[in-house]
Design a protein around this ligand. Structure first.
Ligand SMILES: NC(=O)c1ccc[n+]([C@@H]2O[C@H](COP(=O)([O-])OP(=O)(O)OC[C@H]3O[C@@H](n4cnc5c(N)ncnc54)[C@H](OP(=O)(O)O)[C@@H]3O)[C@@H](O)[C@H]2O)c1
Length: 336
């Protein structure tokens, strides 16, 4: 039976920095009628992505800002409770874009079905088989156009996107050097994931010099998840005709002031560098191809990944902020 009420995390005010409890609220409200071509979905998992922080701000981006009073936008997995679309029926397991709500009403074309015969748990469709696996897959193979024998530098290397990306590059025959925020993370990516080297950017001292030592032949592809000082240090180590895949800039997501730099931007000209602004949603029509390849690598035990699943709808905010402290241990999600 259709529940009468739902709970939602909504945006109360635009955060000045890391989101606090004053910026977001939990409300209870009646479940609305499901309009034509929409689904009512009982959510089981929320994806906690750094990008959500950008959507909380009123700045121009690839999606409109989350409106004040509106649910926090996120990709979710769940089960269809009511379908007003010919493509879905109640009971279908689905994943797609909606919000941090126990029940969400969303356009059917924002959602895909989890195959009935999928050997994987539903939360894989928010992690390795969702944006987290697909982002480095297309970011490296398409936007980065990586080639065997090249050197790849990966920032946020032990994170969800970075850890999978480094492994994809190893499969493709690159030398892979990571940057991560603790010795334990560096050890994990080198010893368990097969990265050739990893620098603890918090303790290595002069990052530019440390990258030079770790990449004696220079960097051919820099896959950047961090921006800021990390980007500046990498720019000074790029080879001629190198590529920078601009995937994210987490170091600046909570800045309330304009972000300065990159100070070494001139190197883009000096080294004839290609900078690719990269967005996974541009590859929507090719997701099936990416999922098929990731599935094959998973089943051949060629990919290792971690998921960090926090239990409980009420814990979304504290869980979310782990991302900005580097305290997430793999792809961060909430089990509703
Ligand atoms: N372009 C796209 O389509 C797309 C799609 C998905 C994700 N992304 C981007 O990919 C990046 C990684 O996302 P994810 O979901 O995989 O998160 P994640 O890497 O699992 O978690 C974020 C990590 O970033 C690092 N970090 C946080 N604040 C930092 C700072 N101030 N300076 C340096 N490093 C910092 C932390 O690791 P350390 O402990 O190593 O510092 C933290 O664990 C983000 O920038 C995200 O926006 C882009």
């Amino acid at each position: 039976m259709k529940p009468a009420n739902k709970r939602s995390w909504v945006l109360k005010q635009r955060p000045a920095s890391v989101p606090t409890r004053a910026d977001v609220d939990i409300i209870e409200s009646p479940v609305p009628e499901t309009p034509d071509n929409h689904l009512l979905i009982a959510t089981s998992y929320f994806s906690l992505d750094p990008a959500i922080r950008g959507w909380m701000s009123d700045t121009p981006s690839y999606l409109p800002p989350i409106g004040l009073g509106e649910p926090i936008r996120a990709t979710v997995a769940g089960t269809v409770v009511e379908s007003r679309s010919p493509d879905f029926t109640a009971g279908d397991r689905v994943y797609g874009m909606s919000g941090w709500e126990t029940l969400c009403t969303a356009p059917a074309d924002y959602f895909s079905k989890i195959p009935e015969d999928s050997p994987f748990p539903d939360h894989y469709y928010l992690s390795i088989l969702g944006a987290v696996g697909l982002t480095p897959y297309f970011g490296l193979l398409s936007a980065g156009d990586i080639k065997s024998g090249q050197t790849l530098l990966m920032s946020a290397a032990a994170g969800a996107v970075g850890s999978i990306g480094g492994q994809i590059a190893k499969i493709k025959g690159l030398r892979v050097v990571g940057l991560a925020g603790s010795d334990e993370k560096c050890q994990w990516v080198t010893e368990e994931l097969g990265f050739d080297d990893c620098l603890n950017y918090k303790t290595c001292g002069d990052l530019e010099a440390a990258i030079r030592r770790a990449c004696p032949e220079g960097v051919d592809v820099f896959f950047d998840n961090v921006g800021g000082e990390t980007l500046d240090a990498a720019l000074m180590n790029l080879n001629k005709d190198a590529t920078v895949v601009f995937c994210g800039s987490i170091s600046s997501y909570n800045s309330s002031e304009p972000v300065p730099g990159p100070y070494n931007w001139w190197q883009v000209l000096a080294r004839s560098v290609t900078v690719k602004g990269y967005l996974i949603s541009d590859y929507l029509t090719r997701f099936g191809e990416g999922q098929a390849q990731l599935t094959q690598w998973l089943q051949a035990d060629q990919l290792t990944f971690k998921e960090h699943i926090v239990d409980g709808f009420d814990h979304c905010l504290e869980a979310y902020n782990l991302l900005f402290e580097g305290k997430n241990n793999g792809k961060l999600m909430v089990k509703v």
